[in-house]
Design a protein around this ligand. Structure first.
Ligand code: TXA
Ligand code: MG
Length: 326
């Protein structure tokens, strides 16, 4: 059984001994290992059931010297760091050869680095005085955890230590920005720090969503609940779907809907929706409903981080003659 702990010093000792510890960050909980211990990093992949080729993010304290790991920091990346660290922004740099184990980078010549802002993890990093690697603390392909309890539920059969840090205040994973090109940044994973905010700080028009499939966040299926999940672009389709199975569907909507046995209505504020998204998907997954139906947000880039995650959590519903529950 996992063990939820409060003691930062204990967490620090366990990590130094090469054990895994789930740590709170402002985005989601991470499954942390000492970045200097190859076997500890191997355990992260094992615990998550994650393919070896998927690189992991190095978590550091915001004032550590990046030149230990990074060949160069473009000017725009320096501005992004000054504006958003510590916080929910991951930057991918050209790596200094040999700076970290190949397990961290999945054998690539780039390295993803982030300085989380959660005070408990910042304190842990200060005590450790060296980085940890930390993918989200969920089994591969499943929903990321935003509470210590969620981590414990995902790894029931392990003796994992989980450092309690309350509910994550951002609620979805960090925005990932490729910062290897001197000309300008590219966004690899949308997050609560939006394309517009990145473009403003980086002073570039060249900031756009990078389409090349590289990061697992770009797999077509990710963030998946146990129950079948359907997402809906059109309210009328959602209505039709609910009508045919009203007692079996857990509905997460932006629109105001009445008289449903299982229903949660999101607000119209992106940050607030990010805070609730994974949390409410888990509530829906733990309910007695047979499936989950989610209304997609408006089709605007502002909502991209939310839209992408909902779409990857299941399948976009295409109306057909039969019920998907048949
Ligand atoms: O908010 C977050 O970023 C959370 C918390 C725990 O910090 N972490 C997180 O890690 O979401 P993970 O491993 O679940 O997702 C990190 C993503 C993966 O899609 C990985 O492939 C990508 O970052 N990534 C890491 N290093 C990379 C690299 N060198 N090049 C391209 N993608 C990279
Ligand atoms: Mg993840």
């Amino acid at each position: 059984m996992p063990n939820i702990i409060q003691d930062i010093e204990l967490a620090c000792d366990l990590i130094k001994q090469g054990q895994l510890v789930a740590i709170p960050t402002e985005t989601v909980y991470g499954l942390a290992a000492d970045a200097a211990q190859d076997e500890a990093i191997a355990k992260v992949f094992q615990q998550k059931g994650r393919p070896q080729t998927h690189p992991v993010i190095l978590h550091i304290s915001p004032d550590w010297d990046l030149s230990q790991w990074v060949e160069y920091v473009p000017d725009y990346a320096q501005r992004l760091i000054e504006r958003f660290w510590p916080g929910p922004l991951t930057l991918i740099f050209k790596m200094k050869p040999g700076a970290v184990s190949l397990r961290v980078t999945g054998g690539q010549d780039t390295i993803a680095i982030r300085a989380p802002s959660h005070p408990i993890t910042l304190a842990l990093l200060e005590q450790l005085s060296r980085p940890v690697v930390a993918p989200s603390a969920n089994p591969f392909g499943k929903i990321s955890p935003t509470t210590a309890q969620h981590v414990a539920e995902s790894f029931k059969d392990s003796a994992l230590a989980i450092l309690e840090g309350g509910r994550c205040e951002v609620g979805i994973e960090s925005t990932i920005v490729l910062a290897t090109n001197l000309q300008g940044p590219k966004i690899l994973r949308a997050g609560v720090i939006s394309e517009q905010e990145i473009a403003e700080v980086a002073a570039t028009q060249e900031c756009y969503l990078h389409e090349e499939v590289r990061a697992p966040g770009h797999l077509s299926q990710h963030y998946q609940p146990k129950k079948p999940l359907f997402s809906f672009q059109k309210l009328v389709q959602l209505h039709n779907f609910i009508k045919s199975n009203p007692d079996e569907v857990y509905v997460l909507s932006f629109s105001h809907l009445e008289g449903l046995p299982y229903h949660y209505q999101f607000s119209d504020d992106v940050q607030q929706v990010a805070f609730e998204l994974y949390y409410q998907l888990r509530v829906a997954d733990d309910s007695n409903a047979k499936c989950i139906a989610v209304e997609l947000p408006p089709n605007q880039s502002y909502w991209r981080a939310i839209t992408e995650r909902i779409i990857k959590a299941g399948q976009v519903y295409i109306e057909s003659s039969g019920s998907p529950l048949d």
